[in-house]
Design a binder for this molecule. Sequence first.
Ligand SMILES: Cc1cc2nc3c(=O)[nH]c(=O)nc-3n(C[C@H](O)[C@H](O)[C@H](O)COP(=O)(O)O)c2cc1C
Length: 434
Amino acid sequence: MRVKVHEDKVLEMKRILLIIGGGIAAYKCLELIRRLRERGITVRAVMTAAAQQFVTPLSVGTLTNEPVLTDLFDLNAEREIGHIRLSREADLIVVAPATADLLARMAGGHANDLATAILLATAKPVLAAPAMNPRMWSHPATRRNVELLAGDGIGFIGPNTGEMAESGEAGSGRMAEPHEILEAIERFYATESSLGPAGLPGLLPRQLNGPLRGRHVLITAGPTHEPIDPVRYIANRSSGTQGYAIAVAARNLGAEVTLVSGPVNLPDPLGVSVIRVETAQEMQTAVTASLPADIAIFAAAVADWRVDGASNQKIKKNKGKKAIPALKLVENPDILKTVAKMKPGRRPPLVIGFAAETESVIAYAKKKLKAKGCDWLVANDVSPATGIMGGARNTVHIIQGETVDSWPEMDKCEVAGRLLEQAAAHLNAISACT
Ligand SMILES: Cc1cc2nc3c(=O)[nH]c(=O)nc-3n(C[C@H](O)[C@H](O)[C@H](O)COP(=O)(O)O)c2cc1C
């Protein structure tokens, strides 16, 4: 098969060694190889034994137009090229998908197959694109391995937050998209000459040259828990998925990101400063303490009310009596409004709110935009039938003044990427005017 060579020849003569691990996301490597080759990059592929269960060496070899290497003990391959030479000839080694097991073997310094032998023997920069089930990604063992590898100078791209290949699964663990890996590679080559190979760890996961470089983006995510007593609380169904995806997207565009998160079952995204809180009041304090920011995005589903005078002791159920406690609610601080109405200088130049509605979504959202004083409002319909709350997909309407831009249904990760790209463009445009 012939692959069209991209007109931009800057990347010609570059050589990438692509190590494909055994995960569902291996199929995305075929697209990655095509895109790399379109840019004139030579790609040599090594596949683990597990990877060959997901995509065939024939497909990979056809797209790379190079022999695919699979076996550490293949005498012919070893005689002709040798695993040490393989890594020496590459400018960059990309591991995609980097499975939990492959990361563990890399962190442990194993060399029991061709992929790990190369990774242990190389002095070349390595970029890993992890892909796994969210529970595997958040497992303490994987967290430890990633920390160790990051400390060793391995660069990471992703994983993204969003829908997983397994039906009904969502969270952090989805492999970065081929175009995102390609962008990371292009950034690597763009900065390589000035930074040298040591530039890679600093380059990722944050884009050194991204449109949000040098900007601070403050994001809130998840629900809040408002205590009734030490064991009971009032909560809502927010999973935090959209807010976490926004934090990752902001980080990927080069921003310094602070994520103030209510209680959620999501791991801290790499390269993001996470402040965990429980209540709306704690969230308000954390947000205020995290200012100044260039962009503030309030994606958290903050409880409107809290229990007045929550009990310090567990409230007892009085057997035999009809003493059902009455909960008196009081209003919580309005974090979005407080920040949106701050004086210029203290107020972030771009304040974005979220509106979760179950009816008259756009009409309510327009009212909310005016009442809160924010710049943009992202409105979504969270009625149970939509499956948005806690789900992986979202249908949003971006409201700016009287203008409504309705986006088609998409993965929360794509919503995040698009929103942040627009926010970055807006911020850079207003900065250019001042
Ligand atoms: C259907 C299926 C899908 C899998 N997907 C993943 C995955 O996405 N990420 C992962 O870390 N492991 C996944 N695994 C487990 C790996 O294939 C397994 O840990 C294997 O040993 C990894 O080998 P490798 O790291 O040498 O490629 C999957 C296994 C099966 C059977």
